[in-house]
Design a protein around this ligand. Sequence first.
Ligand code: ZN
Length: 518
Amino acid sequence: MLVTGDRIHCFGKSRDLKDKIAGETRVVDCENRSLLPGFIDAHNHVTLLGASLRASKFHYPAVACIEDVVSVVKTAAAEKAPGEWIRGWGLDYGKFPGAKAPTRWDIDAVSPDHPVCIVHYTGHYVLVNTKALELAGIDDSVSDPKGGRFIRDEAGRITGLAQDAAQQMVVPTSVRVGHHGPDIGYDTPIDELVEDIACASSALLEKGVTAVVDPQVTTREMKGLIEARERGRLGVRTVAMYLSNHLDAQLEMGITGAFGNDMLAIGPVKFYCDGAIVGGSAAFTEALNNRDDGYSGSLYWEDAQILKETLARTHASGLQFGIHTQGDRAHDIMLEGVDALLSEHPREDHRHRIEHCGYPRPDQVKKIAACGMLPITQPGQLREAGDNLVDNYGEARATRIYPLREFLDNDIPAVISSDAFVQSHDPLDTIRGAVERISITGKDMGKDQRITMEEAVRCHTHNAALSFFREEEIGSLEPGMLADVVLLSGDLLSAAPEDLEELRVTMTMLGGEIAYEA
Ligand SMILES: [Zn+2]
């Protein structure tokens, strides 16, 4: 492959290409290695990934019990001035002994002078201490907001755990998103945001990712992305999905289609239908596995009709959207809405996306194909969080989460992505989840839904580019396309899933420039 400027020029045998190279050309021998299009992570919270990489770590298994949580908070408190926030990421108490969740009382003793906020690894819960609650002016008398709740003890006291829409009541955020989604836009100074984005960019290039879609952007993330770009710190191509709370502003400004350039662009509008699949708040028609109270998940929009009308308005304006949809009850609502808007305003090639598309029933998969939608899945979760999925939904449901085989067999151009910060941002981990479908503890996560290595690579490159209308520029290696390329240390296509751990990225090229080299 010969690259000139930022583009792929042509392919040929090295002896033929030798005639075409001049003076400063660098020659790289790719023998026994894999040369692939740069991975495109079509659902990656890039700003939050950076924040999570830079914050105190509460990830399992390093933090495996309540005492571990306390000790990480204690260490952070010793390093920070009184009054400064202690921010943490990755809490996964579902894996603690007895799945016992930590409370504010556990951490209060080691953080009397610091407000603390620890984000659950799904982003759908936060744990705060009493100091943070005081700052927010919240006590046990608070009532649950629409689309969220405060976890309480038997005496009805709030424990410090806040779910979904309740998060924004306890953590200072710069943009209030209400019922439009989980409030994860913490109030962060611009210099910090730029550092977060720079940190995430380097981490991604190191794993061969050259483009991402940030699936939840508000003015907060956009300011950070623009400033990072301005300062030369945005290292990966980024497409921003503005959250639906900004829809009216976007339409008023006349942004009714893709907008931006190669490096930073505005893409589809992001909607949320239901809660998270990991952690158990996705909306199913049947109750969750371990719930005798009949709880079957939660929806963000109290009135499904208003959601459907807003989707229709977005579509009619010419915009593309992506809607977070996990459980089959949520799929029923979403597909009814999409069916109606397509019959009212038929549009060829709209490419509306289903973010996650965790558990569509077989009849819903057929509808997804008929509607021409693209599922943006996260099979890395099957490995990382498979046990949690089985606990929450039972084996029968858990083993058909992200039914990738069925998607491809129905000619649906499915996409695989990481949902980092939630899961590993390493594409090889995502690919492993899709081709292997075995949890980290060895549970079968539905082998009949496996896809091949080649299919998985396509789902992480070409199909991903399709999901934001950029397949003519990136996502495959063809003359004239942008030279976004990754070189792996061995042969990916013939690797067994367990061999993927051995493969390394030896070089990442972005627009013809070497952006990472091992
Ligand atoms: Zn996400």
